[in-house]
Design a protein around this ligand. Sequence first.
Ligand SMILES: O=C(O)CCC(=O)C(=O)O
Length: 315
Amino acid sequence: MSKNMPSLPTQADDMRMQMALRQIDFGAAPRPVAPPPAPAQTPQDRLALKRQDWLMEVQERQRALSPYASGLLTAENLSGEDFLHSFYAPGRPVLIKGAIAHWPALARWTPDYLAETIGEAQIEYQGGRSRAQDYELKKDKHRKRAPFRQFIALARKGGNDAYLTASNSAANGAALAPLEADLGPIDAYLTRAPGMVWIGGEGTFTPLHFDLTNNLLAQVTGTKRVILLPPSQTRRLAHRSHVFSEVRDVTDEARLTLHPQARDVLRYDVLLTPGDLLFIPIGWWHQVRSESFSTMLTYTNFHWPNVGHENYPAG
Ligand SMILES: O=C(O)CCC(=O)C(=O)O
């Protein structure tokens, strides 16, 4: 596995042995996708949901007994097989240091280079964010267009107002295509489908939410602080609209005063630096703050099924 993980040198070997013992299950047909559960209507339904939350918390406490089963691991040179067995299939996050450090983009993607390369091409970004709290939930209201050079000038200023995010990627594919030459493949985990570009200044903030896919974040320029919380913490996070938490920011004292149950949540703080990959499994809560001008890509095109979004009970 990783030369950075001296406490777990035999995990992959153990895993291979266990898998070999279970080979008999490998040919089994995939299980059909269950229909979304009916909404809780009766007091018994609501009690059943509370019991589900209870079980998730008990299981989390049990996982904490072992570093093999819990915590946020950091890896280097993680093979596709080890990524699948130790992280992707169990739905466990991992920070993979330096995995894309060799990409030409790492040395090139400064604000000046980006502005020169994309120039006046029209792009879409998320704007007017500092006047709103719900800019992620109402992302369509915040779609703005501008020549790329103008957007970069906004991003250089810093703050949370302007951010080019994954939700703009469908509109920006052609305009940002020249940047693809600066990237490389991540063949161990992903197919060759393009990633979604994020560009923003110091201070962009993505509030607490989870995604409906497994995601791989690839940090190119600058640093980001990512806070990850396991799905077992959901009961404490005022999950009321779509995939968002009303807590918004577990580091903000004012929000914690409104939502005191979120004060002692189990969380993992990650500093994402250039060259790193961060795997965020489906359903894991996260919030992200840029500490500097930042560029990043996100990918969902894993070699393995990435399902769940198609039958999420959206409410
Ligand atoms: O980097 C960010 O600001 C947010 C990334 C994120 O939350 C995601 O990809 O789901």
